[in-house]
Design a protein around this ligand. Structure first.
Ligand SMILES: N[C@@H](CCC(=O)N[C@@H](CS)C(=O)NCC(=O)O)C(=O)O
Length: 365
């Protein structure tokens, strides 16, 4: 990759953050130079990007970006030589679907394992206090308690996961491990002998959460060592050194993950659409037998659903026929189109990655 005046980038984020880890995996794979900076005033990030979310990226020329998915799309367009997004239109579409699923749905078990278990909350709150709140004038144990309370209130107990939902949420992780273990026992990356966008998508939950937090990491080491190995392999791979190729077509062993998307993620997105349409900031939803109560609405995730539709419509009609057949086979087609009109304002999220209109979930600062 040609090094230009925009580099090195500064990535503002935490070294235990889901999406910071995802973006770092992407930059490393692509050979894009960056340095991670954890301590920055949230007001500065908000002023530059419109949101306090992590990661935010600052170019040497002074421009800023936020939101890992559109950031990756932007870099892919700028630096197509070492492409991460597959060229094949069907592989591209289904990789984008997997990325969205890993970003938005595996977030649920990842946040649960980190903040529900005392070991996880202790590790993460301590790390975050040292990393981003060291200069806040208060005793460390109080800062840790405040962070833990905020994260639980925003993303676990406050997002529909109480004790009754714990087995269902943990089952998502166990099934994902089984699905990925079956794949990584046969090949090094999700789509063949070299990494692609699907690997980057799964690196979000796996690199800085499941592979790092004490409880899920131990489960992974014991039950899915090939997944453990893949997470490290991805971190240590540079596309410019890869001689391997991608598989042809959509691998059959992605099927159980699509099945999960059809039974869980897309129905959740539909329940979220109903909530946003009705103006309900909290909603109940029965997802595949798990009754979530008081989940938080997300306007951002309405946009995610809209984006999946946009990607589908961008396919040539012959590819749409093939994609539809696969989506129908795994129960994804009906929920993808269940709602005719989505409750989304014109122009919403259109300035991404240069300006953020909405966080994934609005949690108080
Ligand atoms: N869609 C965004 C999501 C970013 C995001 O939600 N990041 C988390 C940290 S991993 C965050 O900053 N949350 C904001 C908060 O908790 O206030 C992306 O892909 O970058």
């Amino acid at each position: 990759m040609a090094i230009d005046a925009r580099f090195p980038l500064t990535v503002y984020g935490s070294s235990i953050s889901y999406f910071t880890g995802k973006l770092e995996n992407y930059f490393r794979l692509k050979g894009i130079p960056y340095r991670l900076q954890s301590l920055v005033a949230r007001s500065v990030v908000k002023e530059k990007t419109g949101s306090t979310q992590m990661p935010a990226v600052e170019f040497a020329d002074g421009r800023w970006m936020s939101d890992s998915t559109p950031i990756i799309e932007w870099f892919e367009a700028e630096y197509p030589a070492t492409a991460v997004i597959p060229q094949d239109p069907l592989q591209r579409f289904f990789s984008l679907l997997l990325e969205d699923y890993a970003d938005e749905w595996l977030w649920r078990p990842a946040m649960h394992y980190r903040w529900y278990y005392r070991e996880g909350a202790h590790f993460a709150s301590r790390h975050l206090v040292n990393e981003i709140a060291a200069d806040v004038p208060a005793p460390a144990f109080i800062k840790r308690a405040i962070i833990t309370r905020r994260q639980r209130g925003g993303y676990t107990t406050g997002d529909g996961i109480s004790v009754d939902q714990v087995p269902g949420v943990e089952a998502i992780y166990r099934r994902t491990l089984e699905q990925l273990e079956a794949i990584f026992r046969t090949r090094p990356f999700l789509l063949g002998d070299k990494p692609s966008l699907a690997d980057i998508g799964f690196s979000g939950p796996f690199f800085r959460h499941f592979g790092l937090d004490p409880v899920p990491a131990e489960i992974m080491r014991q039950e899915a060592p090939a997944v453990w190995e893949w997470a490290a392999r991805l971190w240590n791979t540079r596309l410019q050194d890869c001689s391997g190729a991608l598989l042809q077509g959509i691998p059959a062993d992605w099927g159980p993950i699509f099945d999960e998307i059809g039974r869980q993620y897309l129905p959740y997105l539909c329940a979220n659409v109903d909530a946003v349409t009705a103006g309900r900031k909290r909603f109940d939803a029965n997802i595949d037998g798990v009754q979530y109560r008081g989940a938080r609405w997300s306007k951002y995730r309405v946009w995610c659903l809209q984006q999946l539709r946009v990607h589908f419509k961008a396919l040539a009609s012959s590819d749409q026929v093939k994609a539809q057949a696969l989506l129908e086979q795994y129960g994804c087609w009906e929920p993808l189109w269940r709602h005719g009109q989505l409750p989304i304002d014109a122009g919403f999220c259109e300035q991404l990655p240069f300006h953020v209109d909405a966080k994934m979930i609005e949690v108080y600062e």
